[in-house]
Design a protein around this ligand. Sequence first.
Ligand code: ADP
Ligand code: MG
Length: 139
Amino acid sequence: MTERTFSIIKPDATRRNITGKIITKLEDAGLRVVAQKRVRWSKADAEAFYAVHKERPFFNDLVAFMTSGPVVLQVLEGDTAVARNREIMGATNPAEAAAGTIRAEYAESLEANSVHGSDSPENAAIEISQCFSDAEIVG
Ligand code: ADP
Ligand code: MG
């Protein structure tokens, strides 16, 4: 079933100029970039996006990291896009990520792990609407 998910290329990856390498991985996995923009998040943007994690011990560090440089926000479309993207991203901790995944190849650490991907179709819809208008998504 064709579906959409929300993706972020994180500041560790924009800093190292490897956004193209990551996009190639996504495209090779069968995902299409149907919306994309490069922005610098404010503290309020990052806090709102990661509100679900606000009680976690790593929350303040995560907000500082996500505002430390540009991020590339994307809407990805494809067959079972949410699960497909999680698969090609690899595990949250790059030490546990399967070979060939984005995090196994490119992540620097558990925090600076290069990409975000929605964890469910419901959250994908919420995250997409937080960051893109309908007119910015061109399938
Ligand atoms: P995922 O991005 O794989 O969905 P989570 O939603 O659990 O992972 O966490 C959100 C982000 O917070 C992670 O991608 C990572 O950047 C950071 N993070 C998660 N767990 C930790 C941790 N224990 N220490 C530091 N940063 C973490
Ligand atoms: Mg998550």
